[in-house]
Unconditional design. Sequence first.
Length: 285
Amino acid sequence: MKRLCVVIVFLCTLTGCNLGSKSESSKETSGTERAKTQLAVGDTAVFKFSRQGYVEGKVQSIDGTRYKLLYGQSTQTVDAVDVYALPQAGAKADVKPGDIVVAYRREAYWPGAEVKSVNGDVIELQTIAEGDTLNVSPEKIVKINSAAAAEFKQYAQEVGFLKAAKNGRPHPPAGYKPRAGERVVAEWTDKTWYIGDVVSASSTKAKIKWPASFPESQLTLEKVLPYPAPGASPKANDFLIVKQDSEKQSFAYGQVTSVNGGTVEVKLADGKTRTVKQGEFYLVN
């Protein structure tokens, strides 16, 4: 009898029989498991494209752990860990509130998002870059790896920081009138500030030439500040725009962490800190 049991176990090992109540092959494949199935040249995949989200592209070649994918008219090279097969029709949800995923939104674009609720076949998400709500089916989401999820969480913190900082704006001193030839700090695009030079000015507007290769801008005077900045008295938690290392860079948004005499330490959106002095920053309120 003992020899018979040994033979049975040996045969099961050879044939791969399952002594349990349910075979592995009969289990339903989740959306995330399907998304990590092996890709082949010619397949359409979802891959990391920017801090905001992923896009769809066609696999052109596979070289070990590197994929070449065609997105639009350009070829992108991406690590295999950031490439996922499209979820199949009928994929089941394996996500819960708080999970970070990418979700189909439009025209091959899959933004990063946080799961807010799961109700049957409806998954409510909040996008990280825009902060709006999406309701999608399980086959329209991909649960990404933990490293990519952590990057999206960091990006979400930066987005929140900048949203709070940009609730206000810097203001020119009362009665300030820029003059032709004067160096200034001006608002090139919405809430993005650069150093420039005044080409001409009237009582209501100023034409600005930028050090970078931007076209000249005609701006109303509330968008033009004297440079260097006039003295200010910031306090902890105030928001500022601060000069960076190059005059060709936009001013960065920062929040005051401490004031030490004539210098101010600020935390930037990416969590880094820097010290600035009078003339290098403007209060945002």
